[in-house]
Design a protein. Structure first.
Length: 339
């Protein structure tokens, strides 16, 4: 759907909300919580590779492929938080954390920051948000009309193809990272080149030294597909199916961020599984807020939105996918009706 821009009430709404959040002490760092989480992630990741070596050439390794899909996502969530400067006070410490986690997962930290910052500045903006500029999908009628050839056919049936396409998200992240490094337009492109090459070599050597060629190939496919599915299922519910903004809209910062974002209910399990991205509204309003503080900020933001008459979207994880698929199906409807 496309939003109908509504005039902003004042230019001070965010300043007032920020005062409330700051008064609650929610803008401080949570270094101990992050240290514990990072330590647990790295210990589990290392333990997985030890188990991989001991298990040897066996089809039981496919269970470890699923485990590594989960771990890659959890490590990527830490890289995400580091990119937003949530973990440490200094840019250097956050960047070091992000680069290490990017190296472990085979992603370019610099490419991700540049792309993700553009998304945060203009979420769901047809012309300026890279997250809705995806060749295989259309998120507005205008995007659907612009599809040609095979991509037009995909857009027709994108609601049915959505989850199969998510299986390729891990590959897309790797390819996008390599392209960004290859272009040399990253601030640390030599370091990131070394990290990506090191990741690829270590990963392939580990897999094919321990596993036979057939088992190794199947292991990689299962791991990368499940990781892509996990990453896609973590990010897709947050904005897809929410208001799409057109050039010239006059929403203020608060309304732009809230009306294009959706929170996911679910308690501690969802908090862990989605890496805090289930508090997407609060994250978009305060991207530098430490992940453990987002839950406490939610009550403040939700109450503020209610008093201002700002729609605050929140639903279960399963229902969020329903909204996503309904939106994709509706966007593709004119293509299916066309002769």
């Amino acid at each position: 759907m496309t939003s109908s821009p509504t005039p902003s009430t004042t230019g001070t709404d965010f300043a007032e909300l920020a005062r409330l959040v700051k008064a609650a002490g929610l803008l401080g760092r949570r270094r101990f919580r992050y240290s514990a989480r990072i330590g647990a992630n790295l210990l589990a990741f290392a333990g997985g590779w030890v188990a991989f070596a001991f298990l040897g050439d066996s089809w039981w390794q496919l269970f470890l492929a699923a485990f590594f899909a989960m771990m890659f996502a959890q490590l990527a969530f830490i890289g995400h938080d580091a990119g937003h400067k949530q973990i440490f006070r200094t840019r250097k410490a956050n960047d070091l954390t992000g680069l290490v986690h990017g190296g472990l997962t085979g992603l370019s930290y610099g490419w991700w920051i540049a792309t993700h910052n553009r998304h945060h500045a203009n979420p769901n903006h047809e012309a300026e948000d890279p997250d809705v500029d995806i060749a295989a999908l259309a998120f507005s009628r205008a995007q659907a009309r612009g599809k040609r050839g095979f991509l037009r056919w995909v857009a027709k049936y994108q609601a049915f193809l959505f989850f199969p396409l998510l299986l390729l998200e891990g590959l897309n992240l790797h390819v996008s990272s390599v392209r960004a490094v290859w272009r040399g337009d990253l601030r640390r492109h030599k370091l990131e080149s070394a990290l990506l090459i090191g990741h690829l070599v270590a990963y392939l050597v580990a897999v094919f030294v321990v596993l036979s060629p057939l088992t190794g190939v199947v292991f990689i496919v299962v791991h990368q597909f499940l990781w892509g599915l996990y990453m896609g299922c973590s990010f897709a519910p947050n904005h897809k199916g929410m208001a799409m903004l057109e050039p010239g809209h006059d929403l203020d910062f608060v309304r732009k961020q809230v009306l294009t974002s959706r929170n996911i209910r679910g308690g501690a399990f969802v908090d862990f599984a989605l890496g805090g991205l289930n508090y997407q509204i609060e994250h978009h309003l305060f991207p530098g807020m430490a992940r453990p503080n987002l839950k406490r900020a939610q009550a403040i933001v939700q109450d503020f939105c209610a008093r201002r008459g700002i729609s605050y979207a929140q639903c279960s994880w399963a229902r969020s996918y329903g909204y996503v698929l309904e939106h994709l199906h509706a966007v593709g409807a004119p293509l299916r009706a066309a002769p």
